[in-house]
Write a protein that binds this ligand. Structure first.
Ligand code: SAH
Ligand code: SF4
Length: 342
């Protein structure tokens, strides 16, 4: 049995089976989620005899670090390996001016959505992650660094709304067991409408981020095949409904690709589209991850685009590039590792 991923009540049931007190469950829970130990022997406030007994039936984790890269800016990228040999990427980002430690977690091995600019999409879809596998990514970071993660973004590999049940269960554990407030958790989606509708009914405190990347159907479908299934007008309706039901402001993510979706007319069209939507806008300069013709815009073009959008009265931020020296963009490390093994 693997202890990581067990809730307090599940640990209490286990203690009952072992004829131990409820308090032992609380101690073990603390070792797993806060002190982030890797094995039972490190749980030093349990008696040696009890640890031996526990070791007969349980282990803390079977998840390993396959690769690790540390960037000059403090970003750490892990390739995490599960018992079946499948790997996903997890990134720890720190921002100098804040005490926040943000984990960027994956929700699937690969991704079926297949956006043209994304390294993960290129590799195709392998399988969903279980909720235990999702939370193991954050535990891996905590075990390795000895630090406590404070914020989570579902912006690693995979489409979280196509693995909704496991994503929601992981969210609950982050919230209740890791004590990471729902407001410190962001879910990013390529625009899976049925998933957005479900989230609207749940009325979570977390932030919903939408990977929009284009202001109209024609442009969007060139880079995101999902546009053929859930088109931008229906998506906007679903977002309006989400905002109305939850009262929450959403985030619009927008990759800037030079000469494709970063021009002045496109900026104006985007401003018009978003005018009546309660949102902040996050511009992401394209990160060159795979061989294609896409390029990131110049800083000047990025600022011009930002300026035109700000005219719509929205708050616009440009995402800082993190870990540029360590393949920290979505899907790069796993992609490289697979290539190297071929
Ligand atoms: N599947 C979800 C969440 C994971 S991707 C989604 O698409 O929203 C997280 C973010 O990284 C998305 O906004 C995605 O569009 C962006 N991304 C993917 N490849 C990128 C690249 N090469 N350069 C910049 N951003 C990229
Ligand atoms: Fe999947 Fe997101 Fe990559 Fe698109 S950008 S292929 S939805 S992981």
């Amino acid at each position: 049995m693997i202890l990581a991923g067990l809730r307090l009540s599940e640990l209490e049931d286990l203690m009952q089976e072992l004829k131990a007190t409820k308090f032992r469950a609380k101690q073990i829970h603390n070792w797993i989620y806060f002190k982030s130990v890797s094995n039972i022997d490190e749980m030093t406030n349990l008696s040696k005899d009890f640890r031996e007994e526990l070791k007969k039936i349980a282990t803390v984790t079977e998840t390993k670090i396959k690769l690790k890269q540390v960037s000059k800016d403090g970003t750490i990228k892990y390739l995490v390996e599960y018992p079946d040999g499948e790997c996903v990427e997890t990134v720890l980002m720190r921002f100098d001016n804040r005490a926040n430690l943000t984990a960027c977690v994956s929700s699937q091995v690969g991704c079926a959505v297949n956006c043209s600019f994304c390294a993960t999409g290129k590799g195709g879809f392998k399988r969903n992650l279980t909720y235990q596998e999702i939370i193991e990514q954050v535990l891996t970071i905590q075990r390795d660094t000895g630090l406590k993660v404070t914020n989570i973004v579902f912006m690693g590999q995979g489409e979280p709304l196509l693995n909704l049940e496991n994503m929601l269960k992981a969210l609950e554990i982050f919230n209740e067991d890791f004590q990471i407030g729902a407001r410190r958790i962001t879910i990013s989606t390529s625009g899976i409408i049925p998933g957005i509708e479900k989230l609207a009914n749940l009325n979570l405190q977390s932030t919903l981020a939408i990977s929009l990347h284009a202001p109209n159907h024609e442009l969007r479908k060139e880079i995101m095949p999902i546009e053929n299934k859930y088109n931008i007008q229906d998506l906007k309706k679903a977002l309006k409904n989400y905002i109305e039901k939850t009262g929450r402001r959403i985030t619009i993510e927008y990759i800037l690709i030079h000469g494709f979706n970063d021009t002045a007319p496109v900026a104006k069209e985007l401003a018009y589209l978003l005018k009546d939507l309660k949102c902040n806008i996050n511009l992401i300069p394209y990160n060159s991850v795979i061989e294609n013709d896409y390029k990131k815009p110049s800083n000047n073009d990025i600022m011009k685009f930002k300026y035109l959008l700000e005219h719509s009265g929205k708050k616009v931020t440009v995402r800082l590039e993190r870990g540029a020296d360590i393949d920290a963009a979505c899907g790069q490390l796993r992609g490289k590792n697979i290539k190297n093994n071929e």
